[in-house]
Each structure stands twice: as structure tokens, then as C-alpha cells.
Design a protein around this ligand. Structure first.
Ligand code: ADP
Length: 476
């Protein structure tokens, strides 16, 4: 087996706030089939250390950004892990990024710089006799690795995957020394971003190769509308950037064996799940489709637009069940919409098992994102026969075949696309959804197409393996 080290701030099923975790957790199995043995370096959050149990210490650091730290190695949830135990950085409540009140941890720059520091040490010296041929860095939390490698004079190959350009990992300039960053790198050509240290920019500039999670997002990132201030940096490296679609873990997400649902192999088998979901959400039966939304509640996801377009669905007997958490204003707006309604129901919170029941019981999953690097919920929707209605952006554009007349006639449609993303266009798409749903034979065909659509890592794992080779060749 070839050796690669993934560096990430979250990893399913151990610790998850979004799609990043799913991908980091799924890649090792997918890449093992390509001959790559991936170890994942994770921060020693409480839940990660608890899952790991008592395992050996590979090395120690006397002072890692304000306290002692130890690198442990072990297996959990079928994954080979390196875990950075540093209680002063990770032994706390809240989420990986936020405190109990929902604010960023003030020492986030140090918390993830520490992870990068240790990754660079593993690349330079090895750990327990193991040394990776390549480092696969995920998002800003891992993006300082190339800077620390350069400072050590180590030319290890690095691949930075951008899961979401919205998060830059900014730190005030006066932390330069504290973060052990070389002052000469703090320039607009380096990792300075308008007077701040930008961890993501450090990686974008210095990683050997860049990738992102869909071909469309790889193009969008190079435009001012989507690049979030970094489009120029990305354009300068366009020749080193590729888009590789995320897959899903088709064993954990298999409607035929999923222990969280009433298993099914065909659209007809969804009926029992649908009935149970209506009951669970206290929704009345109607003649229209049961739509589901499983999402972070943030501006990105376009759910404010959906809220305004909702009458187009509910006036036609449609139902909507939403599971999500995040922005307080959005949470309240959705709760208000559900108040006293037998057509709209909302659960605020994060609930993995419930999300499985919703994909299983839903006729359609709605994903009206303003931007979406890849998106996973539409893939779970496909797999579970919940026909996706999506905005035409990023990975949503790359994974759904729109049910226009030609695609329906050819029998290849898997979902519906909305473009441009406006309240009116969304309302029109919801009306079309209701019309298509009313033709039950046609809807079942759509569902069957969706369930047959490949959503695993069959194509993307070889693409990553090839990219690892190119990255190693480029660094050599
Ligand atoms: P993002 O990473 O931007 O949040 P993705 O679609 O790539 O969006 O991934 C989101 C992942 O998180 C999916 O696996 C989705 O099912 C899950 N998810 C989001 N919100 C919730 C929630 N409230 N409860 C359970 N799972 C959720």
C-alpha cells in the first residue's frame, strides 16, 4: 500500500459539522481500492479521543502553541487515525469551530495551526516509522502545512482540496510570530490577505496542487462572483486546479440495508417510510409531494428564498419537512412558517438518524443553494429516491440531470434544476415538481433513474489516485 496522510478538522462518523466530514471519512475506503493507505490526522477533540481509547503515543511536543501535546495513533470507526492530543486546544465543549454560544473560538488560528505544524513534522520525520508520500490537505484548517514544510526545508508533495472557499481562516497580523509563520511570507504574493494572515491563501499559493469538489465549482472559483476575494489567486493557479466530484459512502447510505429506515430497493418500497415520516413530523396527508430539506441554515443554502416560494408547494397539496440548524434568524423564520401548519414542519437541530429517515420518506429533496461546491444531500436524495430539486450551481449542476422534456423523453432525468435562483423561478420549479409528481408513473420513473444514478466513488477515487501521482511528480 502507498502511504498518504489526510489532514482535516472533521471526519465522519467521529466528528461532523458538514460535508467535509463525510468526504474525509469516505476517502480512505475509496482510495484503498486504488492501492493507497490513508491515515487521517485529526485534532484530539473529546469525542475523537473517546473513540480512540488508550493507544500509543508516537511523539510529543513540549509546547505546541501554549501547552504540551502528544501525537497518538490508533483505529476508530474503521479508520486509521493520527490524533493530536493537546488539551489546551481541543479539550472543551462546543463544536469544532464554535463555542457554546455559537461564536468562533478566539484561538482557532492556533488550534488549526497546531494541526498543520504536526502534519509538517510527520512529513519531515515520520511518526512511529511511518511516513507519507503525499499530504492531502482539506480546507483552511490544513492549509498552513505547505508553509511549515517550506520553513523546515522539506519538499513533501501537498494537495489542497477546497471544500468551501467561504471560510478563509483569517488571523490578525500580530499573530504572525505566535503562529510561527515566516515574516517574509506575509505579503500579498504570499499569505497576507488585506492586512490579515489567511491560512487558506497560504495553501492556495504554496500547495503543490489544488483541487475542489466539482468541475463546475472549479470554474466558478475563478470568477469574482464565487471566488470570495480569492478568485485572482486561484486564476493564477488555474493550471494546477482540478475539480473531482465527491462521492458518498454507499455502504453507510444504502436504502436496502440502512438500519435507520424501513429498507427498500425500489420506489414503491418508500411508501412505509413516507407514511412514518408524515406521522413523525405531524404532517397531514395531501395529494402533493412530501419534500424534505436537510441543511445547515446559512445564507449559502438559499432557504430564505425557499421560504418565500413555499406557497407554490403548499397551495398544491405539497408538504415540507425541514431539519436544520444554524443562523438564528433563519431558524426563527422557519419555525414561524411551521406554526399551526399541517403542511410545513420544522426540526431545529442536528440529527443524523432523522436525516436518513427523511431521505427515505421524502418524495423530493430541495437544495436551492446560492453556491454549492459539491453538495451531498442531493446525492443522498438520488440514492434514496428522493428526487432532488436543485439550483444550477457547483456540484449541484454536475450531479443532476434536469427533467426537461428531452431528458424525460430520453428517460435519463434524475431531478429538477432551477435557474436563475430567484423566488419566482423557485416557485415555478415547485409547481413543475407538483405537476410531475401528479403523473405517478412518470414520478416513479424519475425515482428509479435517481436511485440508479452512480453516486459512489467509482469515478472519483481513480481520479484522486491519478492526482496524487501527478502531485508527487510535480513536487519531485
Ligand atoms: P455543507 O457541507 O455545506 O453543510 P453538504 O451537502 O456538502 O453541505 O453536506 C452536508 C452534510 O451534513 C450532509 O451529509 C447532510 O445530510 C448533513 N446535514 C446537514 N444538516 C444536518 C442536520 N441538521 N442533521 C443531520 N444531518 C445534517
Amino acid at each position: 500500500m502507498r502511504a498518504a496522510l489526510a489532514v482535516a478538522s472533521e471526519c465522519a462518523p467521529l466528528v461532523k459539522t458538514g460535508g467535509l466530514a463525510d468526504v474525509v471519512g469516505a476517502l480512505p475506503a475509496a482510495l484503498a481500492r486504488e492501492g493507497w493507505g490513508l491515515r487521517i490526522l485529526l485534532p484530539g477533540y473529546r469525542e475523537v479521543l473517546a473513540a480512540l481509547g488508550e493507544v500509543p503515543v508516537l511523539f510529543e511536543e513540549a509546547d505546541l502553541f501554549g501547552g504540551p501535546a502528544r501525537l497518538r495513533a490508533g483505529r476508530a470507526a474503521g479508520l486509521e487515525l493520527l490524533v493530536l492530543e493537546a488539551p489546551h486546544l481541543y479539550d472543551r465543549g462546543g463544536s469544532p469551530y464554535l463555542d457554546e454560544r455559537g461564536h468562533d473560538w478566539p484561538d482557532n488560528p492556533e488550534r488549526f495551526a497546531a494541526l498543520c505544524w504536526i502534519a509538517a513534522r510527520v512529513a519531515a520525520e515520520g511518526a512511529g516509522g511511518w511516513r507519507p508520500e503525499i499530504l492531502h490537505l482539506h480546507d483552511w484548517q490544513a492549509a498552513l502545512v505547505p508553509v511549515y514544510l517550506r520553513a523546515r526545508g522539506v519538499a513533501a508533495p501537498t494537495l489542497l482540496t477546497i471544500h468551501n472557499i467561504a471560510f478563509h481562516g483569517l488571523a490578525p497580523a500580530d499573530r504572525l510570530e505566535r503562529l510561527r509563520l515566516p515574516a517574509e511570507g506575509f505579503t500579498p504574493e504570499g499569505f497576507e490577505y488585506y492586512g490579515h494572515i489567511s491560512a487558506l491563501k497560504a495553501g492556495l499559493v504554496h500547495a503543490t496542487r489544488l483541487s475542489t469538489v466539482s468541475p463546475t465549482y472549479a470554474r466558478e472559483l475563478q470568477t469574482p462572483d464565487y471566488g470570495m476575494g480569492l478568485d485572482g489567486v486561484i486564476r493564477a493557479r488555474a493550471g494546477h486546479l482540478v475539480g473531482i466530484l465527491n462521492g458518498i459512502d454507499t455502504r453507510a447510505w444504502d436504502p436496502a440495508t440502512d438500519p435507520a429506515i424501513r429498507p427498500f430497493r425500489s420506489p414503491a418500497g418508500k411508501a412505509a417510510n413516507r407514511a412514518a415520516l408524515l406521522r413523525e413530523f405531524g404532517l397531514g396527508e395531501g395529494e402533493g409531494p412530501l419534500c424534505v430539506v436537510i441543511s445547515r441554515l446559512s445564507d449559502q443554502k438559499g432557504l430564505d428564498l425557499l421560504l418565500r416560494a413555499l406557497p407554490a408547494l403548499t397551495d398544491r397539496g405539497g408538504r415540507l419537512a425541514l431539519l436544520g440548524t444554524g443562523d438564528r434568524g433563519l431558524e426563527e423564520a422557519w419555525l414561524r412558517a411551521a406554526e399551526g401548519s399541517d403542511r410545513v414542519a420544522v426540526r431545529i437541530g442536528y440529527d443524523e438518524a432523522l436525516s436518513h429517515r427523511m431521505f427515505a420518506g421524502g418524495d423530493a429533496v430541495l437544495v436551492p443553494s446560492r453556491f454549492e461546491p459539491c453538495g451531498l444531500t442531493q446525492l443522498y436524495g438520488l440514492r434514496y429516491g428522493a428526487v432532488p430539486l436543485v439550483a444550477l450551481t457547483g456540484g449541484l449542476a454536475d450531479t443532476i440531470i434536469n427533467a426537461n422534456d428531452a431528458a424525460l423523453k430520453a428517460g435519463v432525468a434524475t431531478g429538477l434544476q432551477v435557474h436563475p435562483l430567484t423566488v419566482d423561478a423557485l416557485a415555478a420549479a415547485l409547481i413543475r415538481l407538483c405537476e410531475l409528481y401528479a403523473d405517478r408513473a412518470l414520478w416513479a420513473r424519475l425515482q428509479r433513474n435517481a436511485m440508479r444514478h452512480p453516486v459512489g466513488w467509482e469515478a472519483s477515487a481513480p481520479a484522486y489516485a491519478a492526482l496524487y501521482e501527478r502531485t508527487i511528480a510535480a513536487a519531485g
